[in-house]
Design a binder for this molecule. Structure first.
Ligand SMILES: C=C1C[C@]23C[C@@]1(O)CC[C@H]2[C@@]12CC[C@H](O)[C@@](C)(C(=O)O1)[C@H]2[C@@H]3C(=O)O
Ligand SMILES: O=C(O)CCC(=O)C(=O)O
Ligand SMILES: [Fe+2]
Length: 326
């Protein structure tokens, strides 16, 4: 991190040295979901990086574009109108503050509850009918992709029950969240050789996160050796993250990937992310089918409800799983 005499606009936002363009992720696994080799390729990418790019996923470009343009329209509203959709917690519009424990980023966002395959009936935000329709269409589609990916993960891991993982997000009471992030350009830092932190480094607590962004890069992931690399944007693809809970279910075989977003000084970034979490009472422990003879769980026993509570009491960059290690 760099310390600069910052401008008032970015006061309280951590600054990062601009990524070296040479640090683009050249070894990115790209998985074709329509190919017979997808299960093995997905499992391999989750073991090596906890992250991969997904193509040929079958979600029409229109579905993605419609939501993107409705989101852009929403984030262009006057601040007072957007604030009427707040606060962010438990669900709603938020700006710069992330979580409830003092984290800040150069972004604004909508955090939304998902109920089976659409926005939760109780979720009044956003109030615009077109935006809600675009959200519901997109959420239904991305959730299907998440289910297909989790089925492929189970197959790639050699588990006979195809729904061993996906069943956790399709079960009644599963805890699914949807988030739309907008990172405005951070003009104040143009030419200064550093960038504002859009979304600070963290791992996602859930099982799986499926992200789609516009054509503005900014997402970075940490490789297993600790090196940060930038993920080139691709508006036609999804990017899939392994979350903490999936790392535990696989007893550490799949890696929960550390990631962050760096704001661009010239262009806005819009991302939409589906987070697949299980029901609050779901026990999070290594699947017995994955434990070799005599192999013990690396983790203490806990439920998703217990883990979520601990996660929401933690700071963004904390190693949340550490307290659950045996
Ligand atoms: C600082 C925080 C924000 C977060 C809750 C937390 O206390 C730690 C985990 C964060 C995270 C990361 C992934 C998702 O964006 C998110 C919605 C989630 O489930 O966990 C956020 C939380 C948030 O923004 O509220
Ligand atoms: O907005 C992005 O590109 C990623 C944000 C993220 O990691 C998150 O919301 O958990
Ligand atoms: Fe994340």
């Amino acid at each position: 991190m760099v310390v600069l005499a910052s401008t008032p606009a970015v006061d309280h936002i951590p600054l990062l040295r601009s990524p070296d363009p040479g640090d683009y992720f050249s070894g990115m696994p790209v998985v074709d979901l329509s190919s017979p080799g997808a299960p093995r390729a997905i499992a391999d990418a989750c073991e090596r990086f906890g992250f991969f790019k997904l193509v040929n996923h079958g979600v029409p470009a229109d579905t993605m574009d419609r939501l993107e343009s409705e989101a852009v329209r929403f984030f262009s509203l006057p601040q007072a109108d957007k604030d009427r959709s707040g606060p962010a917690y438990p669900f709603g519009y938020g700006s710069k503050r992330i979580g409830l424990n003092g984290d800040m980023g150069w972004l604004e966002y909508l955090l939304l509850a998902v109920d089976s395959a659409s926005l939760s009936g109780a979720c009044a935000v956003p109030s615009c009918a077109l935006f809600r329709a675009a959200l519901n269409e997109y959420i239904a589609a991305v959730r299907k992709v998440a289910v297909r990916v989790m089925e492929a993960m189970a197959e790639g891991l050699g588990i006979a029950a195809v729904d061993a993982l996906s069943g956790m997000v399709t079960a009644g009471g599963s805890d699914q969240v949807f988030r739309v992030n907008h990172y405005p350009p951070c003009h104040a830092l143009q030419g200064l050789g550093c960038s504002a932190t859009g979304f600070g480094e963290h791992t996602d607590p859930q099982l799986i996160s499926v992200l789609r962004s516009n054509g503005t890069s900014g997402l970075q992931i940490a490789l297993q050796n600790g090196q940060w690399v930038s993920v080139p944007s691709d508006r036609d693809a999804f990017f899939v993250n392994v979350g903490d809970s999936l790392q535990v279910l696989t007893n550490g075989r799949f890696k929960s990937v550390k990631h962050r977003v760096v704001a661009n000084s010239l262009k806005s970034r819009v991302s939409m992310i589906y987070f697949g979490g299980p029901a609050m009472t779901q026990r999070i422990a290594p699947l017995p089918q994955l434990l070799g003879a005599g192999e013990q769980s690396l983790y203490k026993d806990f439920t998703w409800g217990e883990y979520k509570k601990a996660a929401y009491n933690s700071r963004l960059g904390d190693n949340r799983l550490a307290q659950f290690h045996r």
